[in-house]
Design a binder for this molecule. Structure first.
Ligand code: SF4
Length: 284
């Protein structure tokens, strides 16, 4: 299985997005997918270019709208594996409404956010995940707002799969994406992907020093909401691994199926030409 299309990405040398591209390609191959079984939808931003760099169906949508497009594709063709992707601006600013509703809807797609805590494509402004005090051209005295907490927001929105990793850990990230693709429902994967050109604070080294692997937390149980919430709070959201998973929750497709069963929606009513004429006459 080869998900390379041999188009050379035009990301800056060293950008974290390269490794995320590689991890997605490796995970899809390891899961036995064929390129024609995958649809990859992106939004706008440096990350948005990803849909052009992987051999699959690709859709480079509008700003913050990768999730509505991806959900529409999945609803129209349940056989496809669908991945949506975008940056922290795309997913947590203009697209935040879609993110929250996709989390609660639990449609069986995987959403990968390439989070670098800055707007890279527009040359370095504060993003929703930038830390308070972060100095950019638009915040010369430091950002005056606290950042969004994506993992806590996902928990509060009814997520059934939440994971987080570093782009530099390709092996770990590949394993997480494989699990995300296998999860029955919506999988949210936040990946810290350093912007080496505009963010000189949140670097590869900074992430390695500040993130805590859940494998190192003795009593961690990613099925226990209370434990997950406790550690998210204690480590300010900086956890690495499959942070939370509910394997029993019904996916959107299962909800529709059980609704249809209960209401006999599968039975197509017989309508004769006469019935149709009577119906039309009743509107006159
Ligand atoms: Fe990557 Fe930043 Fe360059 Fe964009 S500007 S390609 S995020 S390093």
């Amino acid at each position: 299985k080869d998900f390379r299309n041999h188009i050379k990405p035009n990301w800056c040398p060293g950008c974290g997005d390269f490794s995320i591209q590689a991890a997605i390609q490796k995970a899809c191959a390891a899961n036995g997918l064929e390129p024609e079984e995958l649809a990859l939808v992106t939004g706008i931003g440096c990350s948005g270019r990803l849909s052009g760099y992987i051999k699959s169906y690709g859709f480079h949508s509008t700003h913050g709208r990768s999730l509505p497009v991806a959900q529409g594709i999945k609803m129209a063709n349940q056989e496809l594996t669908v991945i949506a992707s975008g940056g922290d601006g795309d997913g947590f600013a203009i697209g935040m409404g879609h993110t929250i509703h996709a989390l609660k809807r639990n449609i069986d797609i995987t959403y990968i956010v390439m989070d670098n805590q800055i707007y890279g494509l527009t040359k370095g402004q504060t993003s929703p995940t930038s830390d308070a005090g972060f100095v950019t051209k638009t915040t010369p005295d430091g950002a005056k707002e606290n950042p969004i907490a994506p993992l806590k927001a996902a928990m509060a929105s009814g997520a059934t799969f939440i994971a987080q990793s570093l782009s530099s850990d390709i092996k770990g990230l590949t394993a997480i994406i494989q699990e995300a693709l296998n999860h029955k429902g919506f999988s949210f994967v936040n990946v810290f992907s350093p912007c080496v050109t505009y963010n000189k604070i949140n670097t590869y080294d900074w992430y390695k020093e500040n993130i805590v692997d859940i494998a190192d937390l003795e009593d961690y149980d990613n099925a226990d909401r209370a434990i997950v919430s406790k550690y998210l709070e204690e480590h300010n959201g900086m956890l690495k691994g499959i942070v939370y998973q509910d394997k029993e929750a019904k996916s959107y497709a299962e909800h529709i199926e059980s609704y249809n069963d209960t209401n006999n929606v599968h039975e197509t009513p017989e309508v004769s030409e006469n019935d149709f004429k009577e119906l039309m006459a009743s509107f006159k």
